[in-house]
Design a protein around this ligand. Structure first.
Ligand SMILES: [Fe+2]
Length: 356
């Protein structure tokens, strides 16, 4: 089934050809300039093993490469494949193929790869691997597009349900990304973080509009319903297979640093950092926007309120980061000073920073 080639003379790289077809044999002979039926040292001395799987179905091709790899642990295993079908390429690489060689390669290409072997360079034929990489990238893009579509859909649902507060979704998300960048750039760069911010209130889908838009104080029963929205939201996003961070923000954006928040009463650093960052922005934006039950608070006053709540409602380090970012111009507030008259004041029993 195989022979040993000593391309370019006995001092050159010994090659063992497995499962040779006439075409592959001819190609190798043309590439190395001469054929050697039994080179010095025999198959055991091979530095390159060429496995021709052009005539094999995928499972047998993968098995043949795995067998070659097992028998020649130290050699470069070069696989001649007839197709760049992603499942085949992935299987061959996983089975131990060092590189792939197109069945229609030219002698020059073979020589270039063999030269790479002799130089110890990695053997990667991009022409063969590219379709696999492209397919993988396409798959990720499809998944990413799907996630974005889900987020946009959920955000639109919240906007339709809660017209009173939903207008702050994009502003609070922008602000949260700026604050996250001040604390941990890795987090700010994650799309999952933005997604979590955009759908943080998706659980309000389960809160009656009479409560969401009530222009007066909520009674205890109504607050009990309102306080369920983080858990409802987590139930909504969990089955969607989004990144865990999205659910963390949805579930914990009303926790408080002092443990008096909801739904779980988590305390201090037990609250996920992304939720601690978001909650500060949510409160700040809520205070500077007009609601049915109160006027917009001036930005200066809202910042003072956030500062006063540091260490109680908010993580002090997050509040410090906000103030530092504002001082240095890395965080900007786009809060509109909406001074429209407001009918009544809601008294919730919660501190002034709570956005509900
Ligand atoms: Fe909320």
């Amino acid at each position: 089934m195989g022979g040993v080639y000593a391309p370019g003379g006995a001092s050159e790289t010994p090659i063992t050809l497995l499962r040779a077809t006439a075409a592959t044999r001819s190609l190798l002979v043309a590439a190395v300039g001469r054929a050697a039926l039994d080179g010095p040292g025999g198959a055991d001395a091979a530095q390159v093993v060429v496995v021709d799987v052009t005539l094999l179905p995928t499972s047998e091709a993968v098995a043949a490469v795995a067998a070659a790899r097992a028998q020649h642990a130290e050699a470069a295993v070069l696989v001649v494949a007839a197709s760049a079908e992603p499942a085949l390429v992935g299987g061959l690489l996983e089975a131990g193929a060092t590189s792939l060689l197109p069945a229609d390669a030219t002698p020059d290409q073979v020589r270039a790869i063999l030269a790479g072997v002799r130089a110890g360079a990695p053997l990667v034929d991009l022409r063969m691997v590219r379709p696999t990489l492209d397919a993988h990238a396409q798959h990720l893009a499809v998944l990413g597009g799907r996630d974005r579509a889900i987020i946009e859909s959920l955000a639109a649902a919240v906007e339709a349900k809660d017209a009173v507060t939903s207008r702050h979704l994009h502003e609070v998300s922008r602000l949260a990304c700026q604050l996250a960048a001040e604390i941990t750039p890795d987090l700010a760069g994650r799309e999952d973080f933005l997604f979590g911010c955009l759908v943080h209130d998706v659980g309000k889908i389960g809160v009656p509009e009479a409560i969401l838009a009530k222009p007066a104080a909520l009674n205890e029963a109504e607050w009990a319903v309102m306080r369920r929205h983080p858990v409802t939201g987590a139930d909504v996003v969990r089955p969607l297979g989004l990144a865990p961070m999205v659910e963390q923000i949805v579930l914990h954006h009303h926790e408080r640093w002092d443990g008096a928040g909801y739904p779980h009463g988590l305390e201090a650093q037990d609250i996920p950092l992304e939720a601690r960052i978001f909650s500060v922005c949510d409160a700040l934006e809520a205070m500077t926007a007009t609601r049915p039950y109160r006027t917009a608070m001036p930005v200066h006053d809202a910042l003072a309120e956030v500062h006063a709540c540091s260490g109680q409602q908010f993580d002090p380090s997050v509040v410090s980061a906000l103030e530092r970012g504002l001082d240095r111009g890395r965080i900007t507030l786009a809060a509109a000073q909406d001074t429209a008259p407001v009918p009544r004041k809601r008294t919730s029993g919660l501190v002034g920073c709570d956005p509900a």
